[in-house]
Design a binder for this molecule. Structure first.
Ligand SMILES: NC(=O)c1ccc[n+]([C@@H]2O[C@H](COP(=O)([O-])OP(=O)(O)OC[C@H]3O[C@@H](n4cnc5c(N)ncnc54)[C@H](O)[C@@H]3O)[C@@H](O)[C@H]2O)c1
Ligand SMILES: O=C(O)C(=O)C[C@@H](O)[C@H](O)[C@H](O)COP(=O)(O)O
Ligand SMILES: [Zn+2]
Length: 371
């Protein structure tokens, strides 16, 4: 098992990465479950696959699980589910010192974490991520949120978990499409500031996706360590450092909005395509070589993620996508800083990007024939 410490000032917590952690949930929670009743928020798919294993660990250790089983999918990150779940926690009598367990992917983690942040002005929560995406990204760092009609993650809070338990066995039941979507956030760490890790991804991603256990453990632990390092430096995204984790997201969130936050485009798929667009836009501006940008596009496409905007079949123009971007949380006094690349592993925040130029670039990408 790998243990990574997220060193947030004064409130450090552990991320444990290994196989079999769900079956040993209670011993791994190390005293955080202080009452007999334990609230667990999950979704229907995860409950079907792992509910029994978790229930057994709780009952064998003298606990009674209180399940809240939500519909799977992005639509669950909503005002309605937030209100209903907070009311449910209040009815259960959850106190500030109690821990709520978030068992699932990023949707469950983001919603449950947000509930925990507002319940009695903040109670504890434990992230038990069951998707690759949640294990390498969303369970770590304390961003929690719901979506609103205006856009993605527009209402939320920074609220760190007390513990993260990433059971690699959970990935065995994850559909391939969701594994691939999670991989986008893995390779993101290479593109941000770690060219050696991008080279590792080039060499090993296919075998990792196909199930090689050692490669999966390395990919998850390395990604968590990268995220922990960045978050420890800039917990609240104020210095520009944490914003690097948003590589591909300004494009990606706009595409998610344009496709109605539906299963047509998963978050990780939007990020993958967003990173290709960020690379190509960087090349268009002469920041990065065309060859490096196409290397990024090839890597994303060959693994099975979307690498072409025209292939999405959108019926909008570049301007419409830019309109979505105006809701981006990085907007600052009317300008939108963009994550661009000077090369693979050399991402930086560019404050001089013209949205008119981005719209023109997107028009070109919408018309480009898929490779
Ligand atoms: N807070 C953050 O820092 C952060 C970071 C990245 C992404 N996110 C958010 O995370 C969300 C995406 O997360 P996701 O990709 O995990 O999606 P998800 O939570 O929707 O899970 C994907 C699918 O896999 C199913 N599933 C989960 N675990 C399973 C398992 N072990 N076996 C079988 N099925 C399983 C789910 O039911 C769902 O159908 C988005 O809302 C995104 O905005 C947040
Ligand atoms: O943890 C972060 O910081 C990230 O940006 C990680 C992203 O992968 C994640 O999708 C995050 O929720 C996006 O943040 P947002 O602030 O753009 O909503
Ligand atoms: Zn993301």
């Amino acid at each position: 098992m790998a243990v990574i410490c997220v060193d947030i000032a004064g409130r450090p917590y552990e991320v444990r990465v290994g196989a079999g952690l769900l079956a040993e949930l209670v011993p791994n929670c190390r005293g955080l479950l202080r009452k007999r009743g334990v609230p667990i928020v999950t979704d229907a798919h995860v409950h079907a696959a792992w509910g029994e294993v978790v229930e057994r660990s709780l009952r064998d250790n003298g606990h009674e699980p209180h399940w809240r089983i939500l519909p799977a999918g992005e639509a669950t990150k909503s005002w309605d589910e937030l209100a209903a779940t907070v009311n449910w926690l209040l009815e259960l009598g959850v106190e500030r010192g109690d821990s709520v367990i978030a068992l699932g992917g990023g949707v469950i983690g983001d919603l449950t974490g947000f509930c925990a942040s507002v319940l009695k002005r903040g109670c504890k929560f434990i992230q038990v991520p069951t998707t690759l995406l949640a294990q390498v990204d969303s369970s770590v760092g304390g961003k929690t949120a719901i979506n609103t009609p205006a856009g993605k993650n527009l209402v939320g809070a920074f609220h760190q978990p007390s513990l993260v338990l990433a059971d690699l066995s959970a990935l065995d039941t994850l559909p391939r499409r969701d594994l691939l979507a999670g991989y986008a956030e893995v390779v993101k760490y290479g593109l941000i500031d770690d060219a050696d890790f991008f080279a590792w991804c080039d060499a090993n991603a296919a075998a990792m996706i196909d199930g090689d256990a050692a490669l999966r453990e390395y990919a998850v632990a390395h990604s968590v360590a990268s995220k922990a390092r960045i978050v420890a430096e800039d917990e609240f995204e104020t210095t520009g450092k944490r914003a690097l984790l948003n590589l591909g997201h300004t494009f990606g969130h706009a595409l998610e909005a344009e496709t109605g936050f539906s299963a047509r485009l998963l978050h990780g798929e939007g990020v993958a395509l967003g990173m290709v667009l960020a690379a190509r836009y960087s090349a268009r501006k002469g920041l990065m070589s065309q060859a490096s940008a196409e290397h990024v596009a090839r890597h994303i496409g060959e693994i099975g993620l979307p690498a072409s905007l025209s292939a999405l079949g959108l019926e909008c123009d570049g301007r419409a996508l830019v309109e979505h971007m105006l809701h981006d949380k990085k907007m600052d006094a009317g300008t939108l800083p963009f994550l661009l690349m000077k090369g693979i592993g050399q991402t930086y925040l560019d404050r001089e990007v013209s949205l008119d130029d981005v719209a023109l670039f997107l028009d070109g990408e919408l018309a480009r024939s898929p490779a």
